[in-house]
Design a protein around this ligand. Sequence first.
Ligand SMILES: Nc1nc2c(ncn2[C@@H]2O[C@H](COP(=O)(O)OP(=O)(O)OP(=O)(O)O)[C@@H](O)[C@H]2O)c(=O)[nH]1
Ligand SMILES: [Mg+2]
Length: 395
Amino acid sequence: MIIGVVGGPNKGKSTFFSAATLVDVEIANRPFTTIKPNQGTAYVSTKCVHEEKEKPCQPVNSKCENSIRLIPITLLDVAGLVPDAHKGKGLGNAFMNDLMQAKALIQVLDASGRTDLEGNSVESNDPAEDVRFLEKEISYWINGILTKNWGKISKQASLAGKASEGLANQLTGLGITEDEVKSVLEKGSFSEKPDSWSEEEILRFSEEIRKKSKPMIVVANKIDLEGAKENYERLVKEFPQHIIIPCCSEAELALRKAAKAGIIEYVPGSSEFKLLKQELPEKQRKALEFIMSNVLKKWGSTGVQQAINKTAFGLLSLIVVYPVQDSNKWQSGKGNFLPDAYLLRKGSTAIRLAEAIHSGFVERFIAAVDCRTGQRIGKDHELKNNDVIKIQLSH
Ligand SMILES: Nc1nc2c(ncn2[C@@H]2O[C@H](COP(=O)(O)OP(=O)(O)OP(=O)(O)O)[C@@H](O)[C@H]2O)c(=O)[nH]1
Ligand SMILES: [Mg+2]
């Protein structure tokens, strides 16, 4: 699962990325610090089900710390996007192609309003503009992909009953399915003849398919700075349909680095940390005190882990499922207790779990077992969050 970190320049995207993945990347107070994309592993966190059996799990495809299962996802940090990127402004929008396979986007904006849309330092910028322009530019990016060879594809798509198929073909690179195209065509009352669509109509379609295929969460970053709280509250009012997370990426980066260095004990996402070393340089002690009083106490957490989790469980409605081979002991064939945790879309069936483990399992699928109840389930049985499932395969 790939999730993209996007937004205007100098908003703290790379800081957010680095805090979430602990990959060292260039961070600087100027626009266009990042040019080539950064890729790393972040973790969706959820309470592990191992406590039901009262013994620690032996994770293989994921990690488990303090009874919290950490399931890896790929995070991509890209260059900053500016207004009119689709006309070549800034670094343009071609670099967005790195995000083709992303299932969701995390927009990082500067909630303090100290950077303008181009990434320059200013006294006051309205972060609501960041949300509006970014959505527009992403729609233009999709529009650009959709309209490559528009004459040809729109003609083919207009053939009787072929609109969704023709458009979906053009958009498969973006991970968009024909069903999604169909639903957008229907809900948006688009004509079944794309070759008669006006430019505005094509753009409206791009916008609707963006909402479906690249849903976005908003990270109100730099929440530690003056004025950020007021802006954040305004954003929440102005965009009631968006998930908006107050965040201090810089604090999270400092905490995770301090934890790695053995200076503090800190579980990402939590509202506190424990000092392990009493003797600290003055500057470091002050920085940690600042984070405690101005970020953790005030906001409950730094927001980085919350943003990852909200993207997975809120925006994408994912569930966690634990496949095992031994339905009583919840073990793998090798004897590992609860080795794997998979993220699946809500509504996924047993056969989708089999497919997620290995595409070859689809053909070999016989049945599955809900290990909590011992009940045998069929391929179309809908799975629930935290299900422990044994899949029976033919040889
Ligand atoms: N006060 C504060 N500063 C932050 C925070 N997050 C990032 N910054 C600072 O914002 C500046 C830009 O950070 P980057 O992470 O390089 O921003 P970016 O969005 O990746 O920038 P480009 O790659 O140039 O598009 C740096 O000076 C960071 O230290 C935060 O939560 N609070
Ligand atoms: Mg960057």
